[in-house]
Design a protein around this ligand. Structure first.
Ligand SMILES: [Zn+2]
Ligand SMILES: [Zn+2]
Length: 392
């Protein structure tokens, strides 16, 4: 008979796990922290919560207390975070397991005998996922919303591919949860959570905590994703525009058949696209590509394989409905100014999709022959001032 399985203990030190946990915290520390889901500049990704008072050897300025994802919905990162945050006066525990854990812990800490918690952890209506709140526990919803806004912050790592995102979420969670160095403080609210897994892991996570650790390749991928997720504070200001760049016909696979899946910003290789991209990187608070196949995509969107679709063909181009949905889910209409770079079909698509938003649209190359248009953009880039190109 083999020896008994021993549940991983936070006290056991495991060298690869310790090294990976340190690296994860170090990489994340390069990213901006957010206090509100509205600040997140991309549509798909993982999120990492920090909590006031929770620090550790690997996270001297804050250890990660929850890793999360939007496992199913495409473009669902911001909505997922909103489900956690709720409204300031309201919120719905049943839309977020994180809220159930937080509220249960708040109730147990302040009123352990309240009937809403039931006779045993997880038995009361507060902690049963589909049960309704009552007049006694309803104020807890607001308490959670305030707690999240005052005691928590988070960082995000952009990753579009769902399978890779789910895999990374599981392995990051396991590694952080099993690290022997990153233990919760003795005052940590999670000690009052009903889930034994929360208490044992020291994180507001219960899935994946005993799963396989992150490996070297996953960690390399994660480092790359963190690099792509960095958006310097200087270009995050709301007054700088969103730049939309039309996709191009020439693609990397025309040059190299074996290129494999490629980030959108590197997939188009035509001269016009490259000039537009320079302009977008230089002047955009954020930039996206308008693809004839995928609609609006972030520069790090992974294009799996070559395609040949044109905006001129109504059979294959993305529908107006899809484009409008992307504008909403990606938060593109939050920008006061939207600059569009591309031909007539693209301009029309941009006009139609932003119709009804309060963003001011601007097409600096409209009406110019393509050669003049490129000259104008290059001049704007070398001047370093957007005004030269943005005004007609
Ligand atoms: Zn109740
Ligand atoms: Zn650690």
């Amino acid at each position: 008979m083999s020896s008994m399985t021993i549940a991983p203990s936070r006290r056991r030190r495991n060298q690869p796990c310790e090294a990976a946990c340190r690296e994860i915290h170090r990489l994340l520390a390069r990213l901006p922290t957010y206090q509100s889901p509205n600040q997140v500049p991309f549509a798909d990704g993982l999120y990492f919560f920090y909590e006031e008072g929770e620090r550790s050897g690997h996270g001297p300025n804050g250890r990660v207390v929850r890793v999360g994802n939007h496992p199913r919905a495409l473009g669902g990162l911001v909505q997922r975070l909103r489900n956690h945050y709720g409204g300031l006066k309201t919120g719905q525990k049943n839309s977020s397991i994180f809220r159930i854990y937080l509220g249960g812990a708040l109730l147990r800490r302040s009123a352990p005998h309240i009937p809403c918690l039931g006779s045993k952890p997880g038995q009361g209506h507060w902690e049963r996922q589909h049960a309704k709140t009552c007049v006694r526990c309803r104020p807890t919803e607001q308490e959670i919303s305030i707690l999240l806004r005052s005691q928590f912050s988070f960082r995000c790592v952009a990753i579009t591919d769902r399978a890779a995102r789910n895999r990374l979420e599981a392995r990051l969670t396991a590694t952080l949860a099993q690290c022997g160095t990153c233990s919760p403080s003795h005052k940590w609210l999670g000690q009052f959570a009903y889930s034994e897994d929360v208490k044992r892991s020291g994180m507001w996570n219960s899935d994946d905590i005993d799963g396989p650790l992150i490996n070297r390749q996953d960690l390399q991928l994660f480092a790359q994703l963190v690099r792509h997720s960095r958006i310097p504070a200087s270009i995050r200001s709301a007054t700088r525009p969103l730049v939309i760049v039309a996709c191009g016909k020439a693609k990397i696979w025309d040059k190299n058949k074996l290129a494999g899946p490629t980030c959108a910003e590197d997939a188009y290789v035509g001269a016009h696209f490259l000039v537009n991209r320079d302009y977008a990187r230089r002047f955009g608070a954020r930039w996206v590509i308008l693809s004839a196949k995928y609609g609006y995509i972030d520069p790090h969107f992974m294009i799996p394989e070559p395609y040949d679709v044109t905006f001129k063909d109504p059979q294959t181009r993305p529908s107006l409905r899809k484009l409008r949905q992307q504008v909403r889910s990606m938060g593109l209409a939050r920008f006061q100014t939207v600059i569009g770079l591309g031909g007539k079909e693209y301009r029309e698509a941009i006009r139609e999709t932003f119709d009804g938003s309060s963003s001011a649209l601007c097409f600096p190359t409209q009406g110019l022959p393509i050669g003049r248009a490129m000259q104008r953009l290059k001049r704007t880039i070398s001047h370093g001032s957007i005004m030269a190109g943005a005004t007609q």
